[in-house]
Design a protein around this ligand. Structure first.
Ligand code: NAI
Length: 768
């Protein structure tokens, strides 16, 4: 007689297919979709098809948006924005709450529609995507209510253009629309061409809840429609998608002064230490790379495992992989559904082919009929193998080993991306050490691919910049309190002079130099230029490169901690005060007083810009930590050379960054006199590096430098386009610092500190 326990062991699942009648009826009733502009659907002209990737069946015809459609949508959003922003936070909160409620009421319908259009397993659409969409609108109903209390003085940006990908169509819509609306902006959103349907269903929900016309506009179409939105008169672009397109958008927006946030690709490390719970880690792999067919920007696609446990881990992983069910997405027991489109399937297969051609072995990963690919992984893979470097964006991981924790960190960081990481160890010390050292915007300890509206998400390096979720996400949809603008003095083109032409100065000749690595240096070309009070070195590109290299060696500054950095800043204040009369003779008393005040102010802040623990998923300690960028490049204002320089450099170093600064071109000697102050204040060499000279030559070189992680452009926007373009090559955030009176109260405070750090969100299972 067969025992029940044996049946349970051997039993194959029968199909359990989700009913899709409601979604199909909805599609049939509409047939062809127009854009959603100003509260109504337009009559579609040119259209494209959207298909079910699992079957190839046609689902609907959808309008292909052109520049006129985009312009009409932006105009509607522009008209609606003042009224929307004028509502009380409470009134906006009620609309966001209604959106959340209506998404929840339609959870089943939206999950099925998402699965039909995208190919993802219904279990994931139903249990992960759509509940997170509702959670996002609830959470941001709260931020709408609390905006004025939590972000005093901040204002909405205006009209936001938002471009989203196809891997989490409705969830990405929620990530974009909820914070924008909570902050008081209106939006024009373009869904991805493969997956426009849930966005159109959402448009109907906007109508149902009586959202004021024009607050949300949806224009469907392909990359050309996206490009038209980037070119339109919007105040911000928020983009999620490929690094290549993101880079193009950053270049297209160069010099426009429009805000930009980019959430781009990744090749996130999944690190399994020797003492990890291997069974749990294998489940982590399932969530990390085989979730959503691996079409996840933060997928744990590079599995790095300690050599001593690699064999055991691989055996467990292989066994688990064999039990994953590839099949119809609407079947509730399917683990791996369809790839979104044949184009993407071909792309995944071609990267796998290139990887095996280069010597790697592919385990699993077979192409199946239709848009299906079995889960798999690449082993015996060299660091330079294309499968190791490129984002595969499919259900294929890489598997490599390491010997020591240092080697694990080195391998983890050996990528141009920096989106997420997953770290597995039973030791809190080991896991948190790795979490701190891996370059990523999000780190999951003993977990993978957890998301919540309260937990900021976003990357660094070629994974982009900006955060979505939580307070950090709200700040990316708000303008900082306005400051009273001060006139800028544009620098005059300097002419090189030789020492012989130097204006005589009477006393002992003192030659100003550059300053990097804690020492004074002659400029590479040896040239000087005339400035008030004498000559300044005419630095060049090579000097910028030398200064950046010196800055990279100041890593210990961040590790010293806030208290120790504060001591140095107080010491700078003290030494400035001792020489106040001398500095005042050159720069005036107001600038010197401001300089001393700044040093005190940022000494105070050095140990106080705290992270926060956010209320995300129960049973998880989710901590958002402000981290320094590393090296920040700063072009200082030309007016008020001393106060302007210290108002920008001190907040950057207070947070643990090293700085390469270009002081006021027309009057840099106020800054070159600071070298002795720095030297006598225990400021470690390489923390502040200074290159004087022609801003037009130096600033683009600094902005373009690979190692410089963020760039601040003070002193007017005339040359902003040039530095923006230079910075867009390696996707560096640029802050165009508004001009102001650098001796006044607007020249210090938290606004500067927030620009000096980016957040890292660390998830740690806790008491669960
Ligand atoms: P994509 O970056 O081309 O598409 C994302 C969105 O950008 C879509 O809405 C698309 O219509 C729009 N778009 C395309 N060109 C544009 C342009 N010039 N200006 C403005 N908007 C534009 O990504 P694609 O081609 O769908 O996928 C290619 C690869 O990109 C994937 O294999 C994956 O590696 C990566 N990717 C990463 C995503 C992420 O979440 N980080 C999401 C989607 C793709």
């Amino acid at each position: 007689m067969t025992r029940v326990s044996e049946i349970m062991q051997t039993m194959e699942y029968g199909p359990s297919v989700e009913d899709s009648a409601a979604a199909r009826d909805w599609l049939a009733a509409r047939g062809t979709f127009g854009h959603f502009i100003d509260g109504d659907f337009t009559d579609p002209a040119e259209t494209f098809e959207t298909r079910d990737p699992a079957t190839g069946d046609l689902l609907a015809h959808v309008a292909q948006g052109g520049p006129d459609d985009v312009a009409a949508a932006v105009a509607a959003a522009r008209r609606a924005q003042p009224g929307w922003a004028a509502l009380t936070g409470h009134a906006r909160a009620r609309f966001l709450y209604a959106l959340a409620r209506h998404v929840q009421k339609r959870e089943r319908f939206l999950s099925v529609l998402e699965t039909l259009d995208n190919g993802k397993p219904i279990r994931e659409a139903r249990d992960i995507d759509v509940p997170l969409v509702a959670r996002h609108f609830y959470h941001h109903a709260g931020w709408a209510e609390l905006r004025d209390a939590q972000f005093p003085g901040h204002a909405p940006l205006g009209v936001c253009g938002q471009i989203i990908p196809w891997n989490f169509p409705l969830l990405m819509l929620a990530w974009k629309i909820a914070p924008a609306l909570a902050a008081g902006n209106t939006v024009v959103l373009k869904p991805a061409e493969y997956t426009p349907l849930t966005a159109l269903a959402f448009a109907e929900i906007c109508r149902e809840i009586g959202l004021p016309k024009g607050v949300v506009n949806i224009v469907t179409g392909d990359g050309a429609t996206g490009a038209a939105l980037v070119a339109a008169e919007v105040d911000k672009i928020a983009f999620t998608g490929s690094t290549e397109v993101g880079r193009g958008i950053a270049t297209a927006l160069a010099g426009t002064g429009r805000k930009l946030t980019l959430e781009l690709g990744g090749k996130s490390p999944f690190v399994v230490m020797e003492d990890a719970d291997l069974d749990a880690a294998v489940e982590g792999v399932v969530d990390g790379i085989w979730f959503n067919q691996g079409q996840v920007c933060c997928a744990g696609s590079r599995i790095l495992v300690a050599e001593s446990v690699a064999e055991r881990f691989e055996a467990l992983m292989r066994a688990r992989m064999a039990r994953l069910r590839v099949g119809p997405p609407l079947d509730k027991s399917t683990d791996i559904g369809a790839i979104v489109d044949p184009v993407q399937k071909d792309r995944i297969l071609s990267i796998c082919r290139a990887a095996t051609d280069a010597g790697a072995e592919l385990v699993g990963g077979e192409a199946q009929e239709g848009c299906f690919i079995a889960p798999g992984y690449l082993r015996d893979i060299a660091p330079a193998n294309p499968g190791m470097e490129q984002e595969i964006f499919g259900p294929i991981a890489t598997l490599s080993t390491f010997r020591t924790a240092d080697e694990a960190v080195e391998l983890a960081n050996n990528t141009r991306y920096g989106l997420a990481a997953s770290v597995w160890s039973e030791s809190a010390t080991v896991a948190t050490d790795l979490a701190a050292r891996i370059k990523a915007g999000v780190v999951w300890i003993n977990a993978a691919n957890l998301f919540d509206a309260a937990a900021p998400f976003g990357g660094c390096r070629e994974s982009g910049y900006g955060r979505e979720g939580g307070a950090a996400g709200m700040l990316d949809y708000l303008a900082a309190p306005a400051v009273e603008a001060a006139p800028e003095t544009a620098p005059t083109r300097p002419d090189a002079v030789t020492g012989a032409e130097a204006p005589g100065s009477g006393g002992i000749d003192r030659t100003a130099k550059l300053y990097y690595g804690g020492a004074q240096k002659r400029p590479d070309g040896g040239a000087m230029y005339a400035v008030p009070g004498g000559l300044a070195p005419l630095g060049g590109r090579k000097d910028i490169r030398n200064a950046v290299e010196a800055a990279t060696k100041a890593g210990k500054w961040a590790a010293m901690g806030g208290h120790a950095r504060a001591q140095v800043l107080y010491y700078i204040a003290e030494n400035l005060a001792v020489r106040a009369d001398e500095f005042a003779a050159r720069s005036g008393r107001a600038e010197v007083d401001a300089a001393i005040a700044r040093a005190f102010h940022y000494a105070a802040w050095a140990d106080k810009l705290d992270g926060r623990t956010v209320a995300a998923k129960p049973g998880h300690l989710v901590t958002v930590i402000p981290e320094p960028y590393g090296v920040i490049g700063i072009a200082c204002p030309n007016a008020q050379p001393l106060a302007g320089f210290l108002s920008l450099v001190l907040p950057a170093i207070a947070m643990g960054n090293a700085v390469v600064a270009i002081p006021a071109q027309d009057d840099p000697l106020a800054v070159t006199d600071l070298y002795q102050v720095f030297d006598t204040s225990d400021l470690p060499g390489g923390v502040v590096n200074i290159v004087t000279g022609a801003r037009a030559d130096l600033a683009p070189t600094l902005a373009a430098h690979e190692v410089v992680a963020a760039y601040w452009h003070g002193g007017g926007a005339d040359d902003l386009a040039v530095v923006d373009r230079a910075a867009s090559g390696n996707l560096k955030p640029v802050w165009a610092v508004p001009s102001r009176d650098w001796t006044g109260p607007d020249a210090q405070g938290e606004v500067f500190l927030h620009r000096a750090v980016r957040s890292k969100t660390i998830w740690l299972p806790y008491g669960a």
